[in-house]
Design a protein around this ligand. Structure first.
Ligand SMILES: [Zn+2]
Length: 458
């Protein structure tokens, strides 16, 4: 790690070589291992994953009534050697199971030194919550992967960071901002610049004024919120002078946003694929932009409808095994996202890649013949027709699609018909479209996320 000369010391009077505190020391030890393992060949990574999985499976068999039954019913002996073949015969863990059978899934005991347990409630796009238990081990791994993301992208820790996210409190006081710094993990290792935050609920015009005032170099937010900010910047609001890097999380990132940011002021977007249940899943490569799967922590499978592993270029459902959560085993957990398998990365890292994160199954269009496909999301071109502030398509049935538009005044019939042509081509079928008009922002999911296309077809 190049930055070690700036490492923070926790011992009075000692600045060099620094003596970090215990958490920072553990984090450094984890990072130095990740620094090496990222370059291993996929086969080597897989072997280590299966070895670690064996420990998790044996623990889950002993302490989770749900997984004892699951392994017994599948005829799997957890003491056996694990291979990709027998691993792939473990039945998938669904979100419904995690929701309704949580008490049977959670482990009754933990191995030594996994530390204190805390419960994380996550609410899905449809509002049902699941509870996942986390430990100090899962927290340490999160710190290490989040730090890896900073290091890959060579962030300037002395710069100002702004965060606009759901369920984030307002933090606007410069004294506190300087004292808190960037928070974990960066501030555990280095002196960092100030960080400020606002909740997503803040009005976009207010966000613009706030960002202009604090002038961050880095902004962390959701793609849909970024799109709303870009609308303003494109119509002439001044862009913060220091703003150079935007980090996106939480929603599907449409490539349009990258182009728009480049055009506006040579601003880069770095996207992260994560979930509350398992943490950071895949991080954008600094060289190619592909998403590297975080294989040191997770086994990520992308499966086709028949349950076979997808090949590069194919889109399938994402199934995740968290190798280090011994409190709530997530073994072949169907996270309900879809992603496209990526090629071997030109950067030389052996961590497998995803090339696109597509979203949820309910973000797919169902054609009248029952087949499903991904709509060409990204409403940007729709704005060439009229001043559309926000857009959402809801498929109510095989023939009926509602188009929700946030506009100052309803569109003329000429504009509606121009838009119909564009939407038909985006959806890949001449659906009957029903335009409905809104003046206020369209509702988000409970977790603060926005989906551009939702199918209600069962
Ligand atoms: Zn790469």
């Amino acid at each position: 790690m190049k930055r070690l000369q700036q490492l923070k010391s926790s011992v009075g009077g000692i600045s060099w070589p620094a003596i970090p505190d215990q958490v920072a020391a553990n984090l450094l030890s984890m990072l130095s291992q990740l620094e090496q393992s990222q370059w291993w060949q996929p086969e080597e990574l897989l072997q280590k994953q299966l070895q670690q999985f064996g420990l998790l499976a044996a623990h889950a068999y002993r302490h989770s009534p749900f997984f004892k039954d699951r392994f017994d019913q599948a005829g799997l002996d957890v003491k056996h050697y694990w291979s990709t073949e027998n691993f792939s015969t473990i039945p998938l863990l669904t979100r419904a199971e995690l929701m309704h059978q949580a008490e049977h899934i959670h482990c009754r005991a933990l191995p030594q030194k996994h530390g204190a347990v805390h419960k994380l409630q996550t609410s899905g796009s449809t509002g049902q919550t699941v509870a996942v238990l986390k430990t100090e081990v899962t927290q340490l791994i999160w710190l290490a992967l989040a730090m890896r993301e900073h290091l890959w992208h060579e962030r300037d820790f002395s710069a100002t960071l702004a965060i606009i996210k759901a369920m984030t409190p307002t933090q606007d006081d410069p004294v506190i901002a300087a004292k808190m710094g960037w928070g974990h993990p960066a501030a555990l290792l280095f002196d960092t610049g100030p960080s400020y935050s606002q909740p997503l609920a803040m009005d976009v015009a207010q966000q613009i004024a706030w960002l202009a005032r604090i002038d961050p170099k880095y902004l962390l937010t959701y793609p849909s919120n970024l799109s709303a900010l870009l609308d303003r910047y494109e119509s002439g609001e001044p862009i913060p002078a220091a703003l150079k890097h935007i980090r996106t999380v939480g929603e599907t990132l449409h490539p349009d946003l990258r182009e728009r940011c480049k055009k506006l002021g040579d601003i880069d977007i770095v996207d992260m694929y994560s979930s509350q249940e398992v943490g950071l899943i895949a991080l954008q490569c600094p060289v190619s932009g592909l998403y590297h799967i975080q294989s040191e922590n997770l086994i990520v499978e992308v499966l086709d409808d028949a349950g076979r592993q997808c090949q590069p270029g194919q889109v399938g459902r994402v199934v995740i095994t968290d190798l280090h959560n011994f409190a709530t085993p997530l073994i072949r957990y169907e996270i309900r996202d879809y992603a496209e398998v990526g090629p071997t990365c030109p950067c030389g890292r052996g961590l497998p890649t995803l090339s696109r994160i597509m979203g949820r199954r309910r973000n797919m269009v169902t054609l009248p013949d029952g087949s499903k496909h991904w709509p060409l999301i990204g409403a940007y071109r729709f704005r060439e027709v009229a001043d559309i502030k926000q857009y959402q398509a809801i498929q109510h049935s095989l023939v009926d699609v509602e188009i929700r538009l946030v506009v100052d005044a309803p569109l003329t019939s000429a504009h509606e018909s121009q838009l119909t042509t564009l939407i038909h081509s985006a959806l890949g079928h001449p659906f009957t479209l029903r335009f409905t008009y809104f003046t206020e922002e369209l509702p988000r999911t409970k977790g603060g996320k926005f989906e551009e296309f939702i199918s209600l077809v069962r």
